[in-house]
Design a protein. Structure first.
Ligand code: DAH
Length: 342
């Protein structure tokens, strides 16, 4: 029947028109449901087939099937093209440049103590000094006896020293490397020994149980206090990048004779007096002296032939002065807000 066939053609045509306008997968699906769904327009039409004669039914049925097949094919094609487009758009927006350098880990920085230590190592290497290492777990002999510190010296007091159960200890200073260095390398010798030292201290803004020192020693013929002062001044101007005025005061250390405290003129007030130098104009920085004959002997050097100077720089304190750090506890805190400033 011609009327039914024209209804089929109309539904077919209008579905194709809607399909052409559909721009999303959802819209295409809506067109499919509307035309081809179980309750869709074409399904409605096929219900009226019962009223047709067999010949009419054959004609209309053929047309209906053609319309269905055509719509199904075109809907599938449209879906495929939309899906493809979505993939293309995603590939476009998620494109990454594989040749660009990777972001990598955030660059870190060296601890202020390490920075000062490395600078000093360079200065001393350039003057012919060897950079030595010594054990942090040390024997009583190297930490005390060999350095002319008798058994009743207050430095051996339990309060100051971390003793281990086996009789060894955590070195209380880097000075034991003086004797170890002499033993292994022998005189003449120019060496420095940066490293960690430990003391059983009450921790406060200026005291830590763990801190860094830089030991230095030169053993040769006819070494004098003039040599000592020259090397100390070179060291200090390298760190502070300017000429520094120094003074020597007598100081007692069992392993040197004579022993000195080397002060530098305060770099904050240039000697006028300020809170940093406690109004004195001077800052205590470098204990030093001429190596005691007993120490030379302990290291296997004949004090009749050899002499030398030694010094023990507080590396942690020097780094604090250089960078204006007023609390020693920050140094070991591991606090990234502190460390990122250097
Ligand atoms: N070892 C001493 C200390 O930690 C510092 C020191 C003083 C080292 C005089 C020396 C020196 O080499 O000559 O307190």
């Amino acid at each position: 029947m011609a009327a039914l066939e024209s209804v089929i053609s109309e539904v077919h045509a209008s579905a194709l028109e809607q399909l052409a306008r559909a721009s999303t997968l959802e819209a295409v699906e809506a067109v499919r449901v509307d035309a081809l769904g179980r309750k869709g327009k074409l399904a409605e039409i096929s219900k009226s087939f019962a009223r047709l004669s067999p010949e009419e039914r054959a004609g209309a049925g053929k047309l209906l099937n053609c319309a269905k097949q055509d719509l199904e094919a075109k809907i599938d094609a449209k879906k495929a093209s939309l899906e493809h487009g979505a993939l293309d758009a995603r590939l476009d927006s998620e494109w990454i440049d594989l040749t660009a350098p990777a972001p990598g880990p955030r660059p870190g920085s060296l601890h202020p103590v390490t920075q000062v230590q490395r600078e000093l190592e360079q200065v001393f290497i350039s003057m012919g000094f060897a950079v030595l290492d010594g054990p942090e777990v040390e024997t009583e002999y190297y930490n005390f006896d060999a350095l002319n510190i008798p058994a009743d010296h207050p430095a051996r007091d339990m309060q100051d020293t971390f003793w281990l159960k086996d009789g060894r200890l955590l070195r209380t200073h880097t000075s034991p490397v003086q004797v170890r260095g002499l033993e292994t390398l022998g005189p003449p010798l120019k060496m420095i020994a940066p490293g960690r030292a430990f003391r059983n201290e009450e921790v406060d803004p200026s005291h830590e149980h763990t801190f860094y020192q830089l030991e230095g020693m030169m053993v040769d013929h006819d070494v004098s206090v003039a040599h000592l002062i020259y090397f100390m001044k070179t060291l200090l101007s390298a760190i502070f990048k300017r000429d520094v005025t120094v003074r020597l005061r007598p100081g007692f250390f069992p392993f040197v004779e004579p022993g000195f405290e080397l002060d530098i003129q305060c770099l904050i007030c240039n000697g006028a007096g300020c809170p940093v130098c406690k109004q004195s104009g001077w800052v205590e920085l470098l204990p030093c002296g001429l190596v005691h004959p007993s120490v030379l002997r302990a290291g296997g050097a004949d004090p009749e032939q050899w002499n030398g100077f030694a010094f023990g720089l507080g590396l942690t304190r020097l780094a604090m002065m250089r960078y204006g750090i007023d609390d020693i506890r920050l140094m070991m805190s591991g606090d990234l807000r502190f460390l990122r400033q250097f």
